[in-house]
Design a protein around this ligand. Structure first.
Ligand code: GSH
Length: 209
């Protein structure tokens, strides 16, 4: 059994989607980041960066519990544990790692900044922040759209991988960071393809707040 410590956010949704797709049993423990619960000392024991998501797998690699923080590390761990959503061949694994790191380094931090600046009071600081991070977020969506031309999934031709789950978590909030899919036909088709999967749909619906 896996204990998931999370909240209803893009980074949190990556993991419920992965757990549902993998068919792993798990229990959600809501960490309400709007109430400061991410600073609870008991949570910091295994999530020292005071951010969700984090997991404790009671059945860790050596049969003992293991705590893991950082959504990318959790996805890699779950893929290794199940042998699923990560290709077996080295070239395929490198491609998944590239797109997972692309998400973790940019396609998450950048739209996250758009969310932040959109909530600021009107004024030059807000305008500067929104412009800067919205421009970069749109650039990243352009990269994704070009990558998905003629492909069903980001890093593997015929089935999704953990890279798709990671990217989906943020694309799921595209309306909030104000990037419509009108000029992103390949992203739009991929998004619809992902949402049509029952595991993805369940992962996006699991109560987490
Ligand atoms: N790189 C981290 C980022 C995690 C992250 O930023 N989580 C946000 C919610 S999406 C959070 O917990 N924020 C709490 C806070 O800022 O105190 C990951 O991917 O796990």
């Amino acid at each position: 059994m896996i204990d998931l410590y999370s909240f209803n956010t893009p980074n949190g949704r990556k993991i419920t989607v992965a757990l549902e797709e993998m068919g792993l049993p798990y229990t959600v423990h809501v960490v309400d980041i709007t109430k400061g619960q991410q600073f609870d000392p008991a949570f910091l024991e295994f999530a020292p960066n005071n951010r969700i998501p984090a997991i404790i797998d009671q059945d860790g690699p050596d049969g003992r519990p293991i705590g893991i923080f950082e959504s990318g590390a959790i996805l890699l761990y779950l893929a290794e544990k199940t042998g699923r959503f990560m290709p077996a061949d080295r070239r395929g694994r490198i491609m998944v790692t590239e797109w997972l790191m692309w998400q973790m380094g940019g396609f998450g931090p950048m739209p996250g900044q758009v969310h932040h600046f959109l909530m600021q009071p009107e004024g030059p600081a807000r305008d500067y922040g929104v412009n800067r991070y919205h421009t970069e977020t749109k650039r990243l969506y352009g990269v994704l759209d070009r990558r998905l031309a003629g492909r069903d999934f980001v890093a593997s031709a015929d089935e999704p991988t953990i890279a798709d789950f990671a990217i989906l978590g943020w694309a799921w909030r595209h309306e909030r960071h104000q990037v419509p899919f009108d000029d992103l036909p390949n992203v739009a088709a991929w998004y619809a393809r992902m949402l049509a999967r029952p595991g993805v749909a369940r992962g996006l619906e699991v109560p987490m707040s």
